[in-house]
Design a protein. Structure first.
Length: 345
């Protein structure tokens, strides 16, 4: 199986397994695990923030960030198809008592003017608009990237309105590598930043939440409250340290393979727009097939793709475990499997 369903499919490399096996460990709850401490220190610097907290998942990191910034009854603004709105099981309401309002976006992005229009003037009967949420790269739009200038404009609007500004940077390093911007240059524009380690970086689990020392002191309390406190977590944090050393620059390989896949599928007559491929996602419209039928047909040919929130669109995601030979083979198998969806079929 050529598994293009998600970059979460990555498995630890031999080098990463060796780092895990030799990790120095201690009690993370007491902040005595040297490997966790190293990962947190390096992660904070990477993301342009004062401190970072190591957590089991990026979803937990996002939800803790929201809890840090809000009180029950506050309101969160973000692009309507952001991960926090559609893929975290209503976490803002469950964990923080927060109201969410989705803004229509283009390629996962929205404007300062939309934020100003959505902002609620303080009133006794209204939720308090509190947090603006950016996802970069943006999953549902196909791994699209926010230009730095647009983030800077949003930051200015948040400062003007007194709003907190969070970056769901689960795939921030994909965005940084593709755009040529330093991750810290992007990250320091935000009050808090989430980074997932188990996607393009290839770790078996883990995420970082970064922000000011004051915000991270609160985040550590919520880490315990949310059930994310661990003991000898250096065993898995070692994978994160290894990934920062070995798996960041190579994200460019994933992006190049995604672009080659998109161009090849388009040349084969499938509904793919290579110009929309900015990182490691390729979106493929399989109409008139249903996604379920297309996924089954692809599986019969040995290729795994996954559905999206869009009714007829599947996604292919390149990652550490997908090489050039896999892309060559996928370019043979996908058009063959999806013959009914090819132009003129």
């Amino acid at each position: 199986m050529i598994d293009l369903r998600s970059d979460t499919a990555t498995r630890p490399t031999d080098g990463m397994r060796a780092a895990i096996a030799s990790a120095a460990v201690g009690d993370d709850q007491k902040r005595e695990d040297p490997t966790v401490n190293e990962l947190e220190s390096r992660g904070a610097a990477l993301l342009g923030q004062e401190e970072a907290v190591y957590l089991p998942t990026a979803t937990m990191a996002n939800q803790i960030a929201l809890r840090v910034h809000t009180e029950p009854g506050d309101e969160l603004l973000g692009e309507e198809h952001s991960h926090v709105f559609i893929s975290e099981l209503g976490g803002p309401a469950v964990h923080s008592g927060v109201v969410t309002r989705g803004l229509p976006g283009v390629a996962g992005r929205f404007t300062p003017e939309q934020v100003r229009a959505a902002y609620r003037l303080p009133a006794i009967h209204s939720p308090r608009t509190r947090v603006v949420w950016v996802e970069d790269s943006h999953n549902a739009s196909g791994g699209r990237i926010w230009p730095l200038a647009e983030i800077e404009e949003l930051r200015a609007a948040c400062d003007e309105l007194g709003l907190r500004f969070h970056l769901d940077g689960a795939r921030l390093l994909n965005a940084a590598v593709s755009s040529g911007e330093e991750a810290a240059t992007i990250g320091r524009l935000f009050d808090t930043v989430t980074l997932c380690l188990s996607k393009g970086l290839g770790c078996p689990l883990g995420a970082l939440l970064a922000g000011s020392a004051e915000a991270m002191a609160r985040a550590r309390r919520f880490k315990h409250l949310f059930g994310g406190a661990m003991r000898q977590a250096g065993i898995v944090a070692a994978a994160g340290v290894y990934a920062l050393d070995h798996h960041v620059d190579r994200l460019a390989d994933d992006h190049a393979r995604a672009k080659r896949l998109a161009v090849g599928l388009a040349e084969a007559g499938l509904a793919v727009d290579p110009d929309r491929v900015e990182t490691n996602f390729v979106q493929l419209d399989v109409a008139p097939l249903t996604p379920a039928a297309a996924i089954a047909m692809l599986a019969e040919h040995g290729v795994g793709l996954s559905s999206t929130i869009h009714p007829t669109i599947l996604r292919a995601v390149t990652h550490l475990d997908v090489g050039d030979d896999d892309i060559d083979r996928a370019l043979e198998l996908i058009p063959r499997a999806l013959e009914p969806a090819r132009v003129g079929a």
